[in-house]
Design a protein around this ligand. Sequence first.
Ligand SMILES: NC(=O)C1=CN([C@@H]2O[C@H](COP(=O)(O)OP(=O)(O)OC[C@H]3O[C@@H](n4cnc5c(N)ncnc54)[C@H](OP(=O)(O)O)[C@@H]3O)[C@@H](O)[C@H]2O)C=CC1
Ligand SMILES: CCCCCCCCCCCCCCCC(=O)[C@@H](N)CO
Length: 324
Amino acid sequence: MDDLYFLLLLLLIFLPIILFFIVVRGPPSRLDLKSRHVLITGGSSGIGLSLARLAASEGARVSILARNQSSLSVAAESIRLSTGVEVSAFSADVRDYDAVRNVIEQAGEVDVLIINAGVFVPEELDKQDLEEVRKMIDVNLMGSFNVVKAALPGMKRRENGGRAPRSIAFMSSQAGQVGIYGYTAYSASKFGLRGFAEALQQEVIGDDIYVSLIFPPDTDTPGLAEENKRKPPLTSIIAGSSGSMTADDVARKTLDGIKASRFIITCNSMGRLLSIAAAGMSPQRSIRMALIEVLGIGMTRLVALFVQCGWYKSIHEWHAVNKQ
Ligand SMILES: NC(=O)C1=CN([C@@H]2O[C@H](COP(=O)(O)OP(=O)(O)OC[C@H]3O[C@@H](n4cnc5c(N)ncnc54)[C@H](OP(=O)(O)O)[C@@H]3O)[C@@H](O)[C@H]2O)C=CC1
Ligand SMILES: CCCCCCCCCCCCCCCC(=O)[C@@H](N)CO
């Protein structure tokens, strides 16, 4: 009888572990960037430029896409000087589907598509122009649809020696995991990318295409310098909770995550906590991360409540000082 209880106890302990290994399958074979075609939107500045330089230095064939022709040329020249690699530069506005389709036609089949072009203008909705709201949604969300839609048929094709796996990666933001004061439109556009990416992953898994979402904190780029000129102080305080990173560090994390086919790619320690608290129903291909999520989700929710409490305290204090 004792033996039976002992067996039952063992089963109770090991069954969840066995089930766990059945539901989390582990990542597919690693994606090697060497001589594969990486197309990066917004590749002429900031994170996109760092990504282009890093991918080129790892032996990828790199194409960059942005609007301004002269910044594209400057970017391509700076990559050539630092790596000796020639990248192809294409001018198009991601809001213009036909223009994007033309670029993809010229650039050729894409192995790794990095959707990074994005705009961000922080302001309280009450003050913000609807035109600016529309621009963020159009570039960050609709623009991403245009690029994926244009590249997908080529990415699914496997003749001409196309190799698996392939990757579609979206540059979101930690403001795409938690809403932040001053970012109503921006957060909405980046949260939108998450729904897009989760649904898309189900649609393209059969073609061995792996989808990723990258969640950087504030990152030192020309875009951030521009943004800082008009950031509401509360936005700086709240977004400051996660510190800041260099574009090169974000690019490194991004490419490492893409090579390991991670769905959620985090960039710093706050980002890792945030991603556990916000895991939701996202796919998880890393057995280690799945375990950490299962064990850590309750505690990180508690930490998240404390952090929120601190943010609301700052907001109330701000109102108390600025509204007499
Ligand atoms: N910097 C930060 O703090 C953070 C940034 N991110 C995200 O990372 C991405 C890159 O940001 P960052 O490097 O700071 O940006 P930058 O402003 O430094 O660069 C933006 C790039 O996107 C291009 N771009 C902008 N609008 C369009 C458009 N309509 N069509 C095509 N290309 C366009 C720009 O070129 P051009 O203007 O010539 O078109 C440029 O190459 C964005 O999606 C941003 O939301 C996420 C978290 C933090
Ligand atoms: C479990 C609890 C964890 C708590 C930590 C949460 C910290 C979140 C801070 C969010 C920072 C958002 C920065 C947005 C940067 C950005 O996208 C703009 N610069 C525009 O580009």
